[in-house]
Design a protein around this ligand. Structure first.
Ligand SMILES: [Zn+2]
Length: 276
């Protein structure tokens, strides 16, 4: 009888030791666990409480999205990375032709930059969030990193214009080589928060090495010809005088061909890249 109890005791001791060892082993192998992932998601979903879009044009909470057919031959010019030494020139050209465009801005705190953002707003153009740091390495580390940067830029725009921006453009576009691991989770989270993001279907390629006024002009003119609704990517940054020069020709030439220009807002059907 005694021997049997001793046997059971030894058996339990070995079994317990095994469970602990195996448990430790699996713990190391399973980082992060599904539970940890869920907790992290809840943490950022409850965090950044200012990062929610207020839909200004909503009717019964439904967005009145215009279809592509409603907007045939519409061109949305979009300018990323401003404000810059070129912004006032761009604004003058837009004003001359009485057209509206969209600026996805970087929250530069210089007083002159803040004044330019105010002017963009006062002249009736759309302002969307682009980034605070514009550092791909930082913002695409995780959804939380992105939200932190986004919040800073959102607060900047809100502070200057008095309105919460509800549209944005991802630096590098919604799908890029820096955010592959998180882009589905990230785009889902931003949409859940009520924001509309826009990629583009026409690139001026004014950020591609070797660009000229001529290359920008023909990229945009040919691109718009191939789309009923065009969202055109251009850049508003100090060195890009060629973009401004091309713009001076692009607008009157497209107007002459019967195109109309508009600014993006949450009622525009988003042009977005497909997540594979
Ligand atoms: Zn950018």
């Amino acid at each position: 009888m005694f021997k049997l109890r001793k046997g059971i005791f030894l058996y339990l001791l070995i079994a317990t030791a095994f469970v602990f060892t195996a448990g430790g082993y699996f713990y190391v192998e399973e980082v992060p666990s599904e539970y940890e992932k869920a907790m992290a998601q809840i943490k950022y979903q409850f965090g950044y409480s200012n990062v929610y879009a207020v839909n200004r044009n909503s009717t019964n909470g439904e967005k009145a999205v215009q279809s592509d057919a409603d907007r045939a031959k519409t061109v949305y010019l979009t300018f990323d990375d401003g404000p810059s030494a070129r912004t006032l020139e761009i604004l003058d050209i837009l004003k001359k032709h009485n057209i509206k465009a969209t600026f996805f801005v970087i929250s530069d705190e210089k007083e002159t930059s803040r004044e330019i953002v105010k002017k963009i707003y006062d002249e009736g153009h759309s302002i969307g969030v682009h980034s605070a740091s514009h550092s791909y390495e930082t913002i695409y580390k995780s959804v939380e990193h992105f939200l932190k940067d986004f919040e800073q830029c959102l607060e900047y725009i809100k502070d200057i214009t008095g309105e919460v921006p509800n549209i944005f453009r991802f630096p590098g576009g919604s799908v890029n080589s820096y955010n592959k691991k998180i882009c589905k989770e990230l785009t889902d989270e931003m949409v859940r928060r009520g924001f509309t993001y826009f990629d583009w279907n026409v690139s001026s390629d004014d950020a591609v090495k070797g660009y000229t006024e001529e290359s920008i002009y023909s990229n945009v003119m040919n691109g718009c010809k191939n789309h009923s609704v065009s969202v055109v990517l251009m850049h508003d940054s100090a060195p890009k005088k060629a973009t401004v020069a091309a713009l001076e020709r692009i607008i009157p030439d497209l107007l002459e061909q019967g195109y109309t220009f508009d600014r993006l807002d949450e009622t525009a059907q988003p042009t977005v890249f497909r997540i594979e």
